[in-house]
Design a protein around this ligand. Structure first.
Ligand SMILES: [Zn+2]
Length: 240
């Protein structure tokens, strides 16, 4: 769908008002810099750019891409902005940094028992953990949000212990697909069909999250209840 239409005074005024409203919302929002840049360019090409009336104007995303151009390394700015904004789940950085082994401190003088290993959470005394450089990890997911809730790190000597912890976690079943926690800002302003085309043009393997394209629609992980969506007008963009 294209926003081009014959210029007349009524349409021009409506477009001016739509542009003002959109730009005010974009500037009032807390957006990543690249996302804001693309949102403003799309607002311009859809509602104010004189070329939008030309029959061969082309998709609004292409015109916004031309406006933004490339960065100093030759990369298209609009592609970077879309890749950044594509709604998805990313494991938070602190879970990806290797920790130290949380396996039980080995005590050679004590006979090993056949009892089931306690989970790391059941152990509060840091003196009882191994603390060696960790090479293995076991990831635990929240069974409601599907997001990573904990990563347990183990050294090679505690590989068997890591397996036991993994089995305990696996016994809880398969977690749901993780709620997205990254991107989703453009969904506040632009129509979702156009955005899906735009995201997949940059990230071919990207898929639409079940929770939706707009981050305002995502349930908050703390309560997993749907947050109220602010009623807003979505501007139609075309991506191809
Ligand atoms: Zn260890």
């Amino acid at each position: 769908m294209n926003s081009a239409h014959p210029p007349d005074a009524g349409n021009e005024l409506a477009d001016v008002q739509a542009f003002d409203d959109l730009v005010a919302r974009i500037y009032a929002d807390q957006l990543p810099a690249a996302t804001r840049e693309l949102a403003l360019a799309l607002a311009w090409v859809c509602t104010r750019d004189p070329d939008r009336h030309k029959p061969d104007a082309g998709p609004s995303l292409h015109r916004a891409a031309t406006l933004l151009g490339r960065d100093e390394n030759g990369r298209w700015r609009h592609k970077q902005a879309l890749a950044e904004d594509a709604p998805r789940y990313e494991i938070p950085r602190h879970f990806r940094v290797p920790g130290t082994c949380v396996g039980p401190r080995l005590r050679p003088y004590r006979a090993r028992t056949a009892a089931a290993a306690p989970t790391p959470r059941e152990r509060s005394d840091r003196d009882l953990v191994c603390g060696a450089t960790a090479r293995l990890n076991v990831t635990e997911h929240d069974m409601h949000t599907g997001q990573v809730s904990e990563v347990y790190w183990f050294c090679r000597r505690h590989a068997e212990h890591a397996d036991r912890v993994r089995n305990q976690i696996d016994d809880r079943g398969t977690p749901p697909t993780a709620l997205p926690n990254v991107g989703g800002y453009l969904g506040r302003y632009f129509n979702h069909v156009g955005l899906i085309h735009a995201y997949t043009s940059v990230l071919p393997t990207w898929t639409t999250p079940a929770a939706g394209l707009c981050r305002d629609d995502w349930p908050h992980p703390a309560d997993v209840t749907r947050s109220p969506r602010r009623p807003r007008l979505a501007l139609v963009i075309s991506a191809g």
